[in-house]
Design a protein around this ligand. Structure first.
Ligand code: HEC
Ligand code: HEC
Length: 384
């Protein structure tokens, strides 16, 4: 029988074409895990309330770990996974764009140069999000490996960058999906499906990278070593005291004398001038007489002013420091407090077990520490 060649016009529509393994198991698992983890990251920051912050942090860590493993695999994996095999310079990207513009289907069996540039941008985006996220966590919430080093101001700046980059990555993801759809139509092969099965059609004229062996065991050892070393470094850094965060329990005498009628408020929740005014007016304390003997009042006054909002760098201290001397002597009257709690209905504050706006500990399990971290917020079930 005569040797048959597939007519050019039939190329691509061919069901008769042989399918070959292009995306290995790790690359596919990585791809779809990152899709899931990024979806969780966006949901826990843009859609769900603050209480999800810890899930966001854990999920973000998972994203960075995935990318780290992918980088190892991009060095030691098989040819289709290797960065050296598919990452090209701008010239190749331009040539690829020219092919598209001219309607030429020059097929890369692995990633095409444009797709490769997108992958590099996305991986870099996740790394930048990991770094800025860790800086935000350290500076603003005084948690994580950078808490010992970063001020609230640095953390806030990192947060701005983190948000900007997150929106940029969201844009890249949209472009990546659009690109995959476009390329699927152009080359008449479902690329999303091939990222599930790992198979792509082997067409004549495909650009194919030179085969290289994968070093799976070495890659696994390197990844695990990397994770263990990073885990150890993070744990070591987290042992250091957080910059500008209060340490230790509330002063015992203060807690005893001022924690009877309401919770003993952390001293970082009002500026020093406000505590002084409050201690001066104990005889007319919100309609109560809360006068203390001078010998008891003096050390409490010193304790409160020495640990007032100006002396710490936590989120709460930074917010309550702005309370001015003319404002009412209430934490709950501070514009910051009103703003952050304006979505909570009065019914919640009035009902048991909250009973009053000033009962911070009913919703913030870490109220006594002055930290008010978002993952320690839990509005209790209202009892009628
Ligand atoms: C006899 C009871 C009593 C004692 C003792 C007492 N307080 Fe109060 N305190 C009150 C009442 C009542 C309010 C108003 C609560 C409200 O309106 O929800 C209040 C409110 C406050 C607030 C404002 C809370 C807010 O809603 O923002 C602060 C701050 C405060 N007290 C500090 C102190 C300090 C410091 C001491 C100790 C020197 C002290 N209190 C002792 C009864 C007391
Ligand atoms: C009825 C429950 C409730 C009470 C009582 C309450 N809070 Fe809150 N608080 C919340 C919730 C819910 C949030 C998160 C609001 C949001 O999503 O922005 C919050 C947010 C905060 C934040 C900002 C946390 C962050 O990460 O941005 C601070 C600080 C704070 N509260 C301090 C206080 C203080 C101080 C008191 C007492 C004077 C208090 N809260 C009383 C429920 C409560």
């Amino acid at each position: 029988m005569e040797h048959q060649t597939i007519p050019l016009a039939a190329q691509g529509s061919g069901t008769s074409l042989q399918r070959v393994r292009v995306w290995d198991r790790f690359v596919r698992a990585f791809h779809w895990s990152l899709v899931g983890a990024m979806a969780v990251a966006f949901a826990t920051s843009l859609l769900l309330p603050k209480e999800w912050a810890l899930i966001h942090v854990i999920d973000g860590t998972a994203c960075v770990a995935l990318v780290a493993a992918r980088l190892v695999w991009g060095w030691l994996g098989p040819e289709y996974a290797r960065f050296a095999a598919f990452v090209r310079g701008p010239a190749a990207v331009i040539a690829h764009l020219r092919d598209i513009a001219a309607g030429r289907v020059h097929r890369h069996r692995g990633h095409n140069p444009l797709g490769a540039a997108m992958i590099v941008a996305l991986l870099a985006g996740v790394v930048v999000l990991g770094v800025t996220g860790t800086a935000t966590l350290g500076g603003t919430l005084k948690s994580g490996p950078l808490a010992f080093a970063l001020s609230f101001a640095t953390g806030s700046a990192a947060r701005e960058v983190h948000e900007l980059v997150a929106y940029a990555v969201l844009g890249l993801i949209a472009a990546h999906v659009a690109g995959a759809i476009f390329e699927s139509r152009r080359t008449r092969e479902n690329l999303a499906l091939s990222m599930v099965t790992g198979l792509k059609e082997a067409r004549s004229g495909d650009e194919v990278p030179a085969a290289v062996p994968a070093h799976a065991v070495l890659a696994a050892i390197l990844s695990v070593t990397l994770f263990a070393a990073s885990g150890f470094a993070v744990a070591t850094l987290m042992k250091r005291p957080a910059l500008g965060a209060p340490v230790g329990a509330l002063d015992a005498s203060y807690k005893k004398e001022c924690g009877d009628c309401h919770i003993a408020y952390h001293p970082s929740l009002l500026p020093s001038a406000q505590w002084t005014a409050l201690m001066d007016g104990l005889a007319r304390h919100f309609g109560e007489n809360a006068t203390l003997p001078a010998a008891t009042a003096a050390p409490i006054r010193s304790y409160l002013t020495a640990n007032a909002a100006e002396t710490f760098d936590t989120l709460a201290a930074n917010a309550f420091r702005r309370v001015s001397a003319t404002d009412p002597l209430r934490i709950t009257a501070a514009p910051f407090w009103q703003r952050t709690h304006d979505e909570i209905s009065d019914a919640v504050f009035k009902a048991k077990p909250v009973k009053s706006k000033g009962n911070c500990a009913a919703c913030h399990s870490d109220a006594a520490t002055g930290m008010f971290r978002p993952w320690n917020i839990d509005i209790p079930e209202v009892v009628k």
